[in-house]
Ligand binder design. Structure first.
Ligand code: UDP
Length: 239
């Protein structure tokens, strides 16, 4: 039995509230259990020099935790680099670019900002998943402004993400903070709606993993991706 009574493959409840804020081109509040993340997507007419040469646009990701999002106050990063935040923002950007055909938006950058309002494990996978929905809403707004032929031209293969791990002797899906802080293995999986893999981040934090443990985790992870996909699909524009 898990700390919160869930089955080994049971997700926490996921609630998605599109257009939670009004100023960005796309916004979503994703409540994934007690983990709440605001994801916004903003369009700007600029693109990195190397993309200009290729006549492509760009999609970036950013990630931060608000001071009150954690049990004990998390100081704002200020000018000090936050290495965990940097790692996660790069993961968010790579994952979202994995969904996109950047040649559909030459000259344009879409910045996806993920701000954790409340953290209870799995903030990076909630950011990627919520960020994907915000990005699709922004793409829809580009279509409405005549800047993009269709959402699918940019968002070719939407992505979602899930966390899982080994807690004690059990492989479990969607770790909360209590589980995460005692996990032997921590794994994050990013994949497309039809079950293809974009990125795997897996770390053995207690004991080293056997290959069979990893195989079992991946099987559980792909099932998790499929469950998240069916929850998210109705909220994605252009699907
Ligand atoms: N956490 C925290 N303070 C921090 C970093 C993390 O309280 O400075 C908690 C938070 O609940 C987070 C969890 O630890 O969700 C797991 O963090 P991890 O780095 O594994 O990333 P996540 O699972 O959120 O993607």
């Amino acid at each position: 039995m898990r700390v919160d009574g869930r089955k080994f493959d049971e997700l926490r409840p996921i609630e998605i509230i599109p257009n939670w804020t009004e100023n960005p081109d796309g916004s979503v509040l994703i409540k994934w259990g007690r983990t709440w993340v605001l994801c916004t997507a903003s369009i700007e007419y600029r693109s990195p020099v190397w993309q200009k040469e290729k006549n492509e646009g760009w999609v970036t990701g950013d990630y931060g935790m608000l001071p009150g999002s954690t049990d004990t106050r998390k100081r704002r990063p200020g000018l000090r680099p936050d290495s965990r935040g940097t790692e996660i923002k790069r993961l968010v950007g790579r994952s979202l670019r994995g969904a996109c055909d950047l040649s559909a938006i030459p000259g344009w950058t879409i910045s996806v900002d993920c701000d954790v309002l409340q953290a209870d494990g799995g903030t990076r996978v909630a950011s990627i998943t919520g960020g994907m929905i915000a990005l699709s809403i922004a793409a829809q707004s580009m279509v409405e402004k005549g800047l993009l032929a269709s959402v699918e031209k940019l968002v070719r293969e939407p992505v979602v993400a899930i966390s899982l791990g080994i807690v004690g002797d059990d492989s479990v899906l969607d770790l909360n903070y209590k589980e995460d802080s005692t996990a032997e293995v921590d794994l994050n999986l990013v994949g497309t709606l039809d079950g293809k893999c974009i990125e795997v981040q897996g770390t053995s934090e207690g004991r080293a993993m056997e290959k069979k443990d990893l195989d079992k985790l991946l099987e559980l992870g792909f099932k998790g991706l499929s469950s998240v996909s069916s929850i998210v699909k109705p909220f994605l524009k252009g699907q």
